[in-house]
Write a protein that binds this ligand. Structure first.
Ligand code: ADP
Ligand code: MG
Length: 468
């Protein structure tokens, strides 16, 4: 019966989804009109319930009649034995939050749980936390600009999962020390509690890993890995924008970790309430704990940062130079440090004393911004990455909604940010004519006016364009 069900399901969903979510399922038994299937994890169960409950119900009824029912048997990861955990498929289609009935049944099937992380008693799991050792609390200068974030971070590091700061969200502009502080928390936890499993991952890398795990059919390992952590540090969560599938997965991982009292640390370039392109339910989770902002450091703090840096590098610069640099680069710690490094390099290369005059002439170059032309190629790449669609598809004939959207936004941006003619833009996107481009731009403009989410997407991409 299950095989016939699979045939139907296969015809109704994309091949990749079928491979990911249905191939790992095995049929256990059929008793009367109740079919029991085994899924590899609780997470799998939740995912099926959330995304495929309608399809499953229809299919089972088709095969077993109106009274046909489906029960799940879930392989519980935290055990080397297969603990029976049977649930009824909620008939109200409520998804993962639907009511579950637990009917224990004896189960003996369970060959290979592909999860080295959570089988207790085998061996202690070692995970490289992917932390940069140089980012510590010790060399993080405290100022008014970061006091709240720093002390919350310190509290979290002393008691991961044990404070109300969960998640701890650190937000602020570029180069203000978010990554430094977030990693300092990880390093501090590791220093005091070496057995804790800590992982640092940028949001972008996480998204990439997710895509890879779909390709390699290792989604379960991927999820299990993150769910086994005691502390997860995810950097730059604003990069989730537009990546709905990855957000879905992270939502599940987040819930699992949070429920088990594990610590979650996030960084972002905006406050949760201002994050565009993120699903509401994920955002609401992000607001649960504490959001602490990082401001631009004041002059005193900037000078302290420079002095600390000089000290660490064993270099001494005249006070007036330090003051001059700190005075003139006043919005970004990374640039502040960068200016200092260039200054030192110049001085060494030219064997010159670093005096105020040299600092002045150097800084001129440093502050100058070069304006490069944006290419249509680049726009396309950016848009495709943003929406997780393959570049070739955008140039193809397909009318799939998400592709059309990516194509139209690309055309719109190409028209507004490059000097390319409408005709060339059309030609670039798979040999379309200029009226198609006009239509696309019109559509995008209309949507910007009427659809808030859409507008946020476009603005987000435009921001990325300008940053490059
Ligand atoms: P963000 O992640 O916010 O873009 P980073 O954490 O990468 O910024 O910081 C940029 C650079 O500035 C790093 O080298 C970091 O060590 C340094 N930095 C930022 N804030 C501080 C601070 N308060 N004390 C010492 N160094 C800092
Ligand atoms: Mg950063």
């Amino acid at each position: 019966v299950w095989n016939s069900c699979l045939e139907i399901i296969k015809d109704n969903i994309p091949a990749q989804s079928f491979k990911t979510w249905f191939e790992p399922i095995s049929a256990l038994r059929l008793e009367g009109n109740v079919l029991t299937i085994q899924v590899p994890s609780l997470f799998f169960y939740e995912w099926l319930e959330e995304h495929y409950v309608g399809l499953l119900r229809k299919t089972v009824k088709k095969q077993l009649g109106e009274n046909g029912r489906l029960e799940y048997n879930i392989v519980v990861e935290k055990s080397s034995k297969n603990i029976p955990y049977t649930t009824n498929m909620p008939s109200n289609g409520n998804g993962a939050e639907g009511k579950r009935q637990s009917i224990p049944v004896p189960v003996s099937l369970n060959k290979d749980i592909k999860n080295p992380f959570v089988i207790p008693g085998l061996k202690k799991l070692q995970v490289d936390p992917q932390l940069n050792q140089n980012y510590t609390f010790d060399n993080f200068i405290e100022g008014d600009c970061n006091r709240l974030a720093r002390s919350a971070g310190y509290a979290v590091a002393s008691k991961p999962g044990g404070t109300s700061f969960n998640p701890l969200m650190i937000y602020g502009g570029v180069g203000l020390g978010k990554t430094h502080l977030a990693q300092a928390i990880g390093n501090e936890v590791k220093r005091n509690m070496p057995d804790k499993l800590v992982i640092y991952v940028s949001c972008e890398k996480f998204c990439q890993q997710f895509v890879d795990s779909l390709k390699n059919n290792t989604i379960n390992d991927f999820v299990n890995f993150y769910q086994a952590m005691d502390v997860i540090i995810m950097d730059d969560v604003h990069n989730f924008a537009g990546k709905d599938k990855t957000q879905d997965i992270f939502f599940h991982i987040f819930n699992h970790l949070h429920q088990s009292g594990k610590q979650i640390i996030l960084t972002s370039d905006k406050a949760p309430k201002d994050l565009a392109g993120l699903e509401e339910r994920l955002l609401s989770r992000f607001k649960w704990g504490l959001s602490a902002d990082m401001q631009v450091p004041d002059l005193e703090t900037r000078m302290a940062i420079l002095k600390k840096k000089m000290y660490a590098d064993g270099i001494d610069l005249p006070y007036e130079v330090v003051e001059y640099v700190a005075n003139n680069i006043d919005n970004n710690v990374r640039e502040l440090e960068g200016a200092m490094v260039s200054l030192l390099a110049q001085a060494t290369l030219n064997k010159k004393e670093i005096d105020l005059n040299l600092a002045k002439s150097m800084l001129k170059n440093f502050i100058k911004n070069s304006h490069k032309e944006i290419s249509i190629d680049y726009i396309q790449k950016l848009v495709c990455e943003y929406f997780e669609v393959p570049v070739e598809m955008v140039k193809s004939k397909t009318r799939k909604r998400e592709i059309v959207q990516a194509r139209q936004i690309s055309m719109y941006l190409a028209k507004n940010h490059t000097k390319t003619s409408l005709k060339s833009i059309g030609a670039f996107f798979g040999g379309r004519d200029h009226s198609t481009v006009i239509y696309a731009c019109q559509t995008v403009e209309d949507l910007i006016d009427t659809d808030k989410k859409f507008k946020a997407y476009v603005q987000d991409i435009q921001k990325k364009l300008k940053m490059s």
